[in-house]
Design a protein around this ligand. Structure first.
Ligand code: UD1
Length: 428
């Protein structure tokens, strides 16, 4: 296993360029399979999830060219009967192959996904959506067998706001006969990004970014080029890291609007945040206020930054309560933060932080992607040495982590494997 050794205590200073959005990339790649021609996706983050997706597509017979920060995907040579298991367990978003293959071939045989262990992560809404479109869905010992003689548009109300179900239904409905209406749809920017790609391929999708999405099925889709939006979660992580280390960091290639809830919360804590057209400057302050944070679907505060902001709130004197309304068990970082001296307890869906204790370097383990980000931030704050194990989780979501942190003046190094990093990460 790989580790990150952090010699913390340096305020982060300088400029960091934010990569393309992971959660868009892992949906855009399967979406590209729907086209009857090559699709080029640009500004692709070079992270493990993207590399794994490229391997899965090749296994299915698609033509894939993956270079640096772009990928060309041609799904035409694909084998519709290919069963997929194994690699799909390495990432959560492999479930988008269900919708994409169902839309393309009328069938998908793809195993249940893996991804971070955040407590129960059901897929019932995806299944209900496919069934409403006329598909039969069977779970054959972990292999999802989804088949439809003909997909027909339907009105689908999502009982819960789900990013994954919204995108998956959109993928399947793009080539269905007639109109599909998704009500109570998720509104995340990544959904708009996927709809933009599909529309550029010739789909007819309206309302993405609102809670009602209308999809008029089309017969054919064509190849095109698409540039991925910036990763608001990577950006939020660096904003929080800049604040926690009392640094001064400018983030470039961001869409400040996508980060409104994060900016507002940081300002409430006492951080100085300045927004420009496509950059954000974050200046840390000596003293911070304890605040409460509640996660909710976009445009609310993202659950993916719940763990990182908890690390920041350990520095604010007083009691902060961080409640995760999306995932009930996304608190596996808490024990590790306690190991570093933080006074935090978990009560139900909330972390109750008694802030103001000095954090100490320690040996800690990243149990999931954003837990790793939280511990990395805590490590950057402490004056001693922090050994962060389980770095493979963090690599799933942060491009060139060590390179970017170095450029901001952090003392970090990776140990535990031959350096294969292109400026340190090369997951392809
Ligand atoms: C996506 C993001 C993830 C983020 C999450 C919430 C990707 C690849 N991942 O995950 O980073 O943390 O959104 O913003 O984009 N639910 C059900 N049944 C379902 C589907 C979801 O009960 O069929 C529940 C989930 O357990 C969760 C909530 O709905 O409590 C939201 O989940 P969802 O938005 O679907 O998360 P993901 O798309 O998996």
């Amino acid at each position: 296993m790989e580790k990150l050794i952090i010699n913390g205590g340096n305020p982060l200073h300088g400029t960091v360029t934010i990569s393309g959005a992971k959660n868009s990339a892992v949906a855009l790649i399967p979406a590209a399979l729907l086209a009857d021609g090559p699709v080029v996706i640009e500004n692709l983050p070079n992270i493990q999830d993207v590399g794994i997706y490229a391997e899965i597509l090749k296994e299915m017979g698609a033509d894939v060219l993956f270079e640096d920060d772009w990928m060309e995907i041609d799904g035409r040579p694909m084998n519709p009967a290919q069963k997929l298991n194994g690699k799909v367990k390495k990432l959560r978003a492999s479930y988008y192959l269900w919708g994409a293959l169902l839309g393309k071939f009328g069938e998908a045989q793809v195993g249940l996904p893996g991804g971070c262990d955040l407590g129960p992560r059901p897929v019932d809404l995806h299944i209900k959506g496919f069934q409403a479109l006329g598909a039969k869905v069977e779970n054959q010992k972990g292999m999802m067998v989804i088949k439809a003689k003909k997909l027909k548009g339907a009105r689908i109300y999502l009982d819960l706001v789900s990013v994954g179900a919204t995108i998956n239904i959109m993928l399947a409905a793009t080539k269905a006969e007639g109109t599909t209406i998704i009500e109570n749809a998720a509104r995340e920017p990544e959904i708009v990004d996927v709809a933009t790609l599909l529309n550029n391929m010739g789909a007819n999708i309206k309302g993405a970014g609102t809670d009602v999405i209308r999809i008029k099925g089309v017969e054919k889709l064509r190849g095109c080029r698409h540039t991925i939006i910036p990763d608001r979660i990577e950006a939020g992580t660096y904003m929080i890291a800049a604040a926690a280390t009392r640094g001064d960091v400018t983030l470039e290639n961001v869409i400040p609007k996508h980060l409104e809830s994060v900016t507002a919360k940081l300002r409430e804590i006492g951080v100085d945040v300045e927004e420009a057209d496509d950059s954000i400057r974050v200046r840390g302050q000596e003293k911070y206020r304890a605040v409460d944070v509640k996660t909710s679907p976009y445009p609310g505060f993202p659950t993916d930054l719940q763990q990182p902001i908890t690390a920041l709130l350990t520095l604010a004197k007083g009691t902060s309560i961080v409640t995760d309304n999306i995932y009930s068990a996304r608190f596996r970082h808490i024990d590790e933060l306690r190991r570093m001296g933080a006074a935090i307890k978990v009560e139900g869906r909330s972390a109750v932080i008694d802030g103001g204790n000095k954090l100490l370097g320690a040996k800690v383990v990243a149990t999931d992607l954003r837990a790793g980000a939280a511990l990395m931030i805590a490590g950057l704050v402490t004056a001693g040495e922090t050994e962060l194990d389980g770095l493979e989780h963090v690599d799933r979501g942060y491009e060139n982590l060590v390179g970017k942190l170095h450029s901001l003046g952090a003392e970090v190094r990776r140990v535990g494997r031959a350096q294969t990093d292109k400026n340190e990460t090369n997951a392809s």
